[in-house]
Design a protein around this ligand. Structure first.
Ligand SMILES: Nc1ncnc2c1ncn2[C@@H]1O[C@H](COP(=O)(O)OP(=O)(O)OP(=O)(O)O)[C@@H](O)[C@H]1O
Ligand SMILES: [Mg+2]
Length: 324
């Protein structure tokens, strides 16, 4: 990643006929950066990606790559390549022909095409699958081919719309690691869409959190985790307890920022409801006068507590938000 700006979305608005869409989106992506658009279903992630790729026209604003506006160019003339959310490979074509198609469109000579196809398959560890049809491969294999197909076009910006959402947890994890490796090795600029906050935290140089057609917050995973700017972001990223504070305010506290001891005298008293093993730490839920509170404890602490124990809580770090 370096300091040059590869892509800028400038005060961009895209409204569909019914008034849905995204409004006043401002976003800069640096060369070699992986930026994630993160937010719940319907918040406008795909809409932004499609306006960048040129599959839908924008209502207002501009999009530039290397400082030049791209909004009048059709998708195949843009220096972008997109892996779509749902359909991906052409089912009636072999893997080889799926990969070759875009290269042919760009008038790449046959010999170079074959080199690029071989290289693309090697990158995603799918060499030897040239003659297979999409229907003869697993979901994860098809997604890898779809990513290879985009990569070999050597786009200035690679657009990935929830490429791993249909895969099971283990393969999804492997694919994330592979993608991140290829992306950093080749210094590719990527915009990655997901509604999975864990995926966003793992993969991203920077996360753009969206809600209802606008950007709520942009920052590194650490910045967003440590300083969520709104009640929405606080609730969407990581685990958070919200406690009513009267006056329409809520105190928010992360489970790892709560210290639990037996007895009374802390900020808030409670009773242990559940203790659940989660690997090297445990999650404990407590009934309090401000509702159910979740805390994390180490396995060393675990044998001190059992269901029904009266405990008291102290908070290391809290946030305060207006109630939504
Ligand atoms: N072709 C369309 N015509 C009209 N409205 C649309 C169209 N496509 C999307 N929308 C609306 O625009 C908003 C944003 O949709 P978009 O597909 O960008 O969301 P998303 O964040 O990608 O959601 P998901 O996580 O479900 O894929 C939604 O309210 C959606 O209903
Ligand atoms: Mg979408």
């Amino acid at each position: 990643m370096d300091d040059t700006i590869k892509l800028s979305v400038i005060n961009m608005t895209k409204l569909y006929g019914n008034g849905d869409g995204v409004k006043n989106v401002d976003l800069d992506v640096h060369t070699g950066e992986l930026v994630t658009l993160l937010g719940p279903s319907g918040c406008g992630k795909t809409t932004i990606l499609r306006t960048i790729g040129g599959f839908i026209d924008l209502t207002d604003g501009d999009i530039t790559i290397d400082g030049k506006s791209i909004i009048t160019l059709p998708p195949e003339k843009r220096p972008t390549s997109m892996v779509f959310q749902s359909y991906n490979l052409w089912p009636h074509m072999t893997v080889h022909d799926n990969l070759e198609f875009g290269l042919k469109l760009r008038k790449i000579p046959k010999e170079t095409r074959e080199q690029k196809i071989a290289e693309g398959l090697r990158l995603v560890k799918m060499s030897g699958f040239e003659k297979k049809y999409p229907g003869q491969m697993s979901g994860g294999q098809q997604q890898r081919i779809a990513i290879a197909r985009s990569l070999i076009l050597e786009p200035e910006v690679l657009l990935l719309d929830e490429p791993f959402s249909a895969l099971d947890a283990k393969i999804r994890m492997e694919m994330r690691e592979e993608l991140r490796k290829i992306q950093t090795d080749l210094n590719i600029t990527v915009i990655f869409v997901t509604h999975d906050q864990e995926e966003a935290m793992m993969l991203s140089d920077r996360i753009v959190v969206m809600s209802k057609g606008h950007i709520e917050q942009q920052g590194t995973p650490r910045q967003i985790y440590d300083n969520p700017v709104s009640r929405f972001v606080a609730g969407f990223i990581g685990e958070m307890n919200f406690l009513d504070d009267g006056d329409g305010k809520q105190i928010a506290v992360r489970p790892e920022h709560i210290a639990v001891t037996k007895g009374t005298g802390g900020i808030l008293d409670g009773t242990v409801r559940t203790v659940m093993m989660l690997g090297h730490y445990l999650e404990m839920t407590l009934d309090t006068e401000k509702g159910l509170v979740k805390v994390y404890i180490t396995s060393d602490q675990a044998n001190q507590f059992e269901k029904g124990d009266h405990v008291t809580l102290n908070f290391d770090h809290t946030y305060s938000y207006n109630k939504e």
